[in-house]
Design a protein around this ligand. Structure first.
Ligand code: NOJ
Length: 526
């Protein structure tokens, strides 16, 4: 595959900087920590790193409230350090993807502060969505839009002392920008250039299907079609101009596009728009052979007409960690179903997560690995008084929020705080050191060893399409055009292996009769 097409089949590792590695000992992960761990990432074999927002931010939503898109938050480091990191990673053949948040800014962003100061009717307020309220005295929010934090009981409008209300699909500290304003478009194209000029190879686009709003801001109840703020047609024009900027630098996009309608989803991936988008259907899919086969089939079918590669994602910084999810009765992911105290059989979940890793890494397209997934970390139950995630607070305290998948990583089993650095900003649960990278590196049966080996062997599948093979019920079996096969057994009974010349890798041992046990995956050379 040509160098410039690296993103079509890349393994991309997601770095949540705040929780990755703490270089200066203050308990918050930082760029120094990432730089020190680059050899680990090179050894893992990943092609690129996606960094969650690392910009100046009051951290009201883990950095998705950006006060300055051209500055690094001092808790993480400096711009000069980010430039060094990008260059050092590149020396190790690892590319960098930054996370741009175009739907909203922090309420501390200079534009929003200026808008507040300038008052109702000012041109400064036109960069956002300011409106008068409804009701006799404007005391009611301008419309009925629901929060984009699923489960939130809070309004998406906040009223100011001067009587204006402003729109925020997420927290009040994240005012939505007005994408119908030319200055908003110009500014974001400049931000893209700023980062491409610093050597980044790609950009992840946060909340990519939410930017455009119906200018009348109508009630959703009375005007559901077209939706007043999700997946509006105007977005495609925005992304076509972004694509032109990216093409000047050879940069690529990955969009955070949550859309159930696969045909609408694929429109974002037309050749002059985004290169890729996250596959949330696969991520949400229960551990069930038929549902996984259908999800994979639909994904490949929807991408084919636009010529875009699929992406395969099992979790990220918003989602319950894989080993915990797969060990539960309900193995799918649904924000609305999150609850405190949901039991999980972690041994079962881990076995399935190992098989799922081999499944994802055998599929055609790009694969995302979220930090700690390669260590098999479970979701942590964070004590209520230590939770920071606004999703928890905006649900009235019923949703545990997303901090459970954001716990600082364990690096060294015998070091304080499992080698993360200083006293971690989120508590590490008891037993966290057992997952430490140093311990796993020395154990050929560990999750880390499996990921390293799978990423090393993955090119054996080649770049060709997937062909399903006949298989017993509950077994997924497919081949790629190199003849390398992947089988995953989700049935109760062990599965016979087809004729093969070699076992390349398996997620667990075969049974004494050489059959593939339940919840196990294997790669075979035919
Ligand atoms: C999606 C991000 O992944 C999530 O963490 C964030 O809270 C929202 N977008 C708002 O930016």
């Amino acid at each position: 595959m040509a160098q410039q097409d690296w993103w079509r089949s890349a393994v991309i590792y997601q770095v949540y900087v705040r929780s990755f590695a703490d270089g200066d000992g203050d308990g918050t992960g930082d760029l120094a920590g990432v730089r020190a761990r680059l050899p680990y990432l090179a050894e893992l074999g990943v092609d690129a790193l996606w960094f969650n927002p690392w910009y100046l931010s009051p951290m009201k939503d883990g950095g998705y409230d950006v006060a300055d898109y051209r500055a690094i938050d001092p808790a993480f480091g400096t711009l000069a350090e980010a430039e060094k990191l990008i260059a050092e990673a590149r020396e190790l053949s690892i590319r960098t993807i930054v996370d741009i948040v175009p739907n909203h800014v922090s309420d501390q962003h200079p534009w929003f502060r200026a808008a507040l100061a300038a008052g109702p009717g000012s041109p400064e307020r036109e960069l956002f969505h300011f409106r008068r309220g409804r009701g006799a005295h404007g005391e009611l929010p301008p419309n009925d839009w629901p929060s984009q934090f699923v489960g939130s009981t809070e309004p998406v409008w906040t009223r100011l002392p001067d009587g204006d209300w402003y729109l925020h699909l997420f927290t009040p500290e994240q005012p939505d920008l007005n994408w119908a304003h030319p200055a908003v478009r110009q500014e974001h194209e400049d931000i893209l250039r700023f980062w491409f000029e610093r050597g980044v190879s790609g950009v992840r686009i946060d909340s990519a299907a939410l930017l455009a709003k119906d200018p009348d801001l109508p009630d959703l109840a009375t005007t559901p079609h077209p939706h007043p703020f999700v997946d509006r047609d105007e977005l495609h024009d925005i992304y076509r101009s972004w694509r032109a900027v990216a093409d000047e630098y050879g940069g690529v996009f990955v969009g955070e596009v949550w859309l159930p309608d696969t045909e609408r989803f694929a429109r974002y991936l037309r050749p002059d728009e985004l290169h890729t988008a996250f596959n949330f259907s696969f991520l949400s899919c229960p551990w069930d052979a038929e549902q996984l086969r259908a999800s994979i089939g639909t994904t490949l079918a929807e991408h084919a007409p636009v010529g875009a590669p699929a992406t395969w994602v099992l979790c990220n910084h918003d989602i319950t960690r894989t080993v915990t999810r797969y060990g539960r009765t309900d193995t799918g992911f649904d924000f609305a179903a999150k609850a405190f105290g949901t039991p999980s059989d972690l041994a079962l979940g881990t076995r399935r997560a190992r098989a799922a890793a081999l499944l994802s890494l055998a599929l055609p397209g790009a694969v995302y690995v979220y930090q700690g997934e390669e260590l098999g970390l479970p979701e942590a139950e964070i004590p209520r008084e230590r939770i920071e995630d606004p999703m928890h607070f905006r649900s009235g305290g019923t949703d545990p929020g997303r901090d459970g998948c954001r716990v600082p990583l364990p690096w060294t089993a015998d070091a304080p705080h499992a080698g993360f650095g200083g006293e971690p900003w989120l508590p590490q649960p008891d037993g966290w050191a057992a997952y430490a990278a140093d311990r796993q590196a020395a154990d050929p049966a560990s999750m880390l060893a499996l990921y390293r080996e799978a990423i090393r062997l993955r090119p054996a599948f080649g770049e060709g399409p997937l062909t399903w093979l006949p298989a017993p019920e509950g077994v997924l079996a497919f081949t790629r055009d190199t003849g390398v096969r992947c089988l995953v057994n989700l049935a109760d009974a062990p599965a016979e292996l087809p004729a093969h010349s070699r076992v390349l890798l398996s997620s667990g041992p075969l049974d004494p009769r050489g059959r593939l046990p339940r919840d196990t995956a294997i790669w075979l050379r035919a």
